[in-house]
Design a protein around this ligand. Structure first.
Ligand code: NAI
Ligand code: MG
Length: 497
């Protein structure tokens, strides 16, 4: 099949250098500088966006503060819901354009961008649109020492101005994970998308404006981590920071946030163990495990990157995995025939290739993949790759790769297996494939991970909490848990004597 044409709305959107969105207006960057956005399927630059620097951070935070204490504070909960539902509808109406923009800047297949990410984004905003009228305090029966009658109640208030720093792997839905609770709780935001994928966040800003969400509630700064992200995370007038990305940058953000004691939530890396028990439906388990590592070219924080297979079903599982890897068509995401696109950037491709080379040097056995498909030039492609590591000693068994590379290991004793599965600094996700109810729940209880999937993988729902143990993060997103992260609780005492 052929590469699809760029929709006329998208052409129009890309035709001029993109400005920053501050205080409800499109403004020039104070640096006067722009940077290019690259199509990772071709290596060609196709758009220019503004380079935000510290002065822009100051402007955007001031606009967010202004909205926080002004117009937005006057908007009633029911009206916030209405605005959010309107935004979800606008996202749905623009789904094809959003999908194409995501595919262009991130590389992922158009269908995954459009039917997957854009639809999920609208669903997330809709879910959070139900919250504004349900964020409530309580009355608490207190016992004053003097015996005087006392009324005590709590108020839930927005935490304030939130810095949202998001990565490139899900450039639109990651914005929604954070903007959903921001809008629901009555907070305001300065959003900094990743430098690789700034465009879809700007398109979202247009829809936010169109939905009638007041000026300054959401501000978008395109730029780099050092010049925009760092001053934003250190800013004294930011009340909370929510970050998704690498564990290294998460650590820097936690330090920067300490200056004014910002509230911090972090969603970081992973090296998630995926366990196949001997009684599992192997055909289904292998399919789920392949999807768990190859989806989004493996650039998923919850990628099923460590696969522990019971020794009695190892050969069968490897055979199935080889089949699934071979069935993938790797190529430009805008060719509807392709099921896997390129990695996001030359840098990411280099990281993944580096891991493959190291694994080979360290004695891991290559089952399939491991290189860029021969017929593709110019883009950052990588075949779906399966390694067998009998000794569990290669770095690919321990470190986050963030690419379509799974490390298969075998096991025989279940207690030792659980120990091996938990023997990692990460704790984002884990999975078990089995038809044994008792084993499933017993192992699920022992795994140190924020999400455990039994006979499935990568199931995420806006109603259910998501986040990491250990170095995979701080706090939970989604569900009612995230509402706590974006609100302060005030306890009010009234002496009734
Ligand atoms: P990164 O953590 O550097 O980038 C994520 C976001 O943080 C981007 O918006 C970036 O501009 C911003 N940022 C970078 N440095 C910053 C700083 N000093 N202060 C504030 N913000 C900063 O991730 P990168 O470099 O794109 O990818 C490197 C590795 O990180 C990947 O190979 C992968 O292992 C991991 N990663 C994990 C993600 C996840 O979903 N957990 C997402 C993206 C990357
Ligand atoms: Mg980085």
């Amino acid at each position: 099949m052929a590469i699809m044409d760029i929709f006329s709305d998208v052409q129009q959107f890309l035709s001029e250098p993109k400005k920053l969105f501050i205080g409800g207006e499109w403004v020039e960057p104070s640096s006067g500088e722009y940077f290019p956005v690259e199509n990772p399927a071709t290596g060609q630059n196709f758009a220019q966006v503004s380079m935000a620097v510290e002065a822009d951070v100051d402007r955007a935070v001031a606009a967010a503060r202004n909205a926080q204490e002004g117009a937005w504070a006057k908007v009633q909960p029911a009206e916030r819901s209405r605005l959010m539902i309107r935004l979800a509808e606008l996202i749905e109406a623009d789904a094809e354009n959003l999908g194409q923009i995501i595919s262009l800047e991130n590389g992922k297949p158009y269908t995954n961008a459009y039917k997957g990410e854009v639809v999920i984004t609208a669903n997330i905003i809709r879910y959070f649109a139900g919250w504004p009228s349900k964020i409530e305090g309580s009355t608490i029966p207190v016992s004053p020492r003097g015996g005087e009658p006392m009324l005590n109640y709590t108020l839930r208030e927005p935490v304030g101005v939130c810095a949202l720093i998001v990565p490139w792997n899900f450039p639109l839905s990651m914005c929604a994970w954070k903007l959903g609770p921001v809008l629901a709780t009555g907070c305001t935001a300065v959003l900094k998308p990743a430098e690789q994928t700034p465009l879809v966040a700007l398109r979202l800003a247009e829809l936010i404006q169109k939905a009638g969400i007041p000026a300054g509630v959401v501000n978008v700064l395109t730029g780099f981590g050092d010049r925009a992200g760092a001053p934003l995370s250190a800013h004294d007038d930011v009340d909370k920071i929510a970050f998704t990305g690498s564990t290294g940058v998460g650590r820097m953000i936690a330090k920067a946030a300490a200056g004014n004691m910002k509230k911090v939530s972090l969603e970081l890396g992973g090296k998630s163990p995926n366990i196949i028990l001997p009684d599992a439906d192997i055909v289904r388990a292998a399919k789920g495990s392949a999807d768990g590592i190859f989806y989004n070219q493996g650039q998923v924080c919850t990628a099923a990157s460590r696969l522990y297979v019971h020794e009695s079903v190892l050969d069968q599982t490897l055979e199935e995995l080889r089949k699934h890897a071979a069935a993938h068509l790797v190529g430009p995401g805008l060719d509807p025939a392709n099921t896997m696109g390129p990695l996001v950037s030359r840098e990411q491709h280099g990281i993944v290739k580096g891991y493959v080379d190291r694994a080979l040097n360290e004695g891991a056995e290559l089952i399939c993949g491991g290189k860029a498909p021969a017929h593709l030039e110019g883009g950052y492609f990588m075949e779906p790759t399966v390694f067998l590591d009998r000794q569990e000693q290669a770095c690919i068994a321990r470190e986050e790769i963030f690419g379509p590379v799974v490390t298969v290991m075998s096991w025989s004793d279940v207690d030792e297996l659980v120990h091996r599965a938990n023997n990692t600094p990460f704790g984002l996700a884990a999975g078990v494939w089995t038809n044994n109810l008792k084993q499933a729940h017993t192992i699920a209880a022992k795994l140190k991970a924020g999400s455990v999937w039994i006979n499935c993988w990568n199931v995420v729902d806006p109603a259910s909490p998501f986040g990491g143990y250990k170095q995979s993060g701080w706090g939970r997103e989604m569900g009612k848990n995230v509402i706590d992260a974006y609100t302060e609780t005030k306890s009010v005492f009234v002496d009734l004597s």
